[in-house]
Design a protein around this ligand. Structure first.
Ligand SMILES: C[S@@+](CC[C@H](N)C(=O)[O-])C[C@H]1O[C@@H](n2cnc3c(N)ncnc32)[C@H](O)[C@@H]1O
Length: 199
């Protein structure tokens, strides 16, 4: 990453924080960068593009191709501007729509080294179960927001409006920690981060 790219990313990061635009936590970004430096993934899938911040971090940390999906067309337009300004537009395949509908076509015939789950928080388990066959052995699935407002820890009944997300996230965390075919590390940093490795 050159100094111009670093400055652009810093500005986007700071504006996103100031304007409460959802991008990954700083802790998750640090973990992401460390994983990218260690594994240098080539094929990456992201669910939840938002304004293209995390996909830019990934594309600038490893010479990878990123497939990313976002349901909000205005955010996709912002992301495209960002990728162009960073000179990485040709390494990002952007899909606009609901990930539930688009994923099957997006991933058809592909095998991913790295997956970043950062879209619909109640769908992580469903997404991982679907994606398992498209992740290579030794591939990493990084998941942000797994403690979801601190509500996922423990067994307390969640407030009604968060019930589905919290229950589904608990089920996801239980799944990745008990399934034989995954190693999983959960970090109680930021909004909770899960690093899942397919054995
Ligand atoms: C936390 S933000 C993603 C942040 C981004 N990964 C980053 O760090 O720069 C989550 C995004 O997922 C999108 N999203 C939520 N549910 C979705 C769905 N079912 N299909 C596609 N995108 C979805 C939201 O619109 C939102 O922009």
């Amino acid at each position: 990453m050159n100094s111009t790219q670093r400055d652009i990313l810093r500005k986007v990061h700071d504006e996103a924080r100031e304007n409460y635009i959802m991008i990954l936590s700083d802790e998750c970004e640090r973990v992401m960068r460390e994983l990218f430096e260690r594994y240098a993934p080539k094929r990456v899938l992201e669910i939840g593009t938002a304004i293209g911040y995390s996909s830019s971090v990934m594309a600038l940390t490893s010479e990878c191709i990123v497939d990313t999906v976002e349901k909000d067309a205005a955010r996709v337009a912002e992301a495209e501007k960002l990728w162009k300004s960073l000179g990485i537009r040709d390494r990002i395949n952007s899909y606009c729509g609901n990930s539930d509908d688009l994923l099957p076509d997006m991933v058809e015939g592909k095998i991913y080294d790295f997956v970043f789950l950062d879209g619909a928080k109640s769908s992580y388990k469903k997404q991982l179960v679907f994606l398992d066959g498209y992740i290579r052995q030794g591939g990493i699935v990084l998941c942000d927001d797994v403690t979801y407002l601190g509500l996922v820890k423990g067994n307390e009944k969640p407030p009604h409006k968060h019930r589905t997300i919290v229950n589904n996230m608990r089920e996801f965390l239980n799944y990745v920690q008990t399934e034989e075919r995954y190693d999983c590390e959960i970090l109680d940093e930021g909004n909770g981060i899960a690093i899942v490795r397919k054995k």
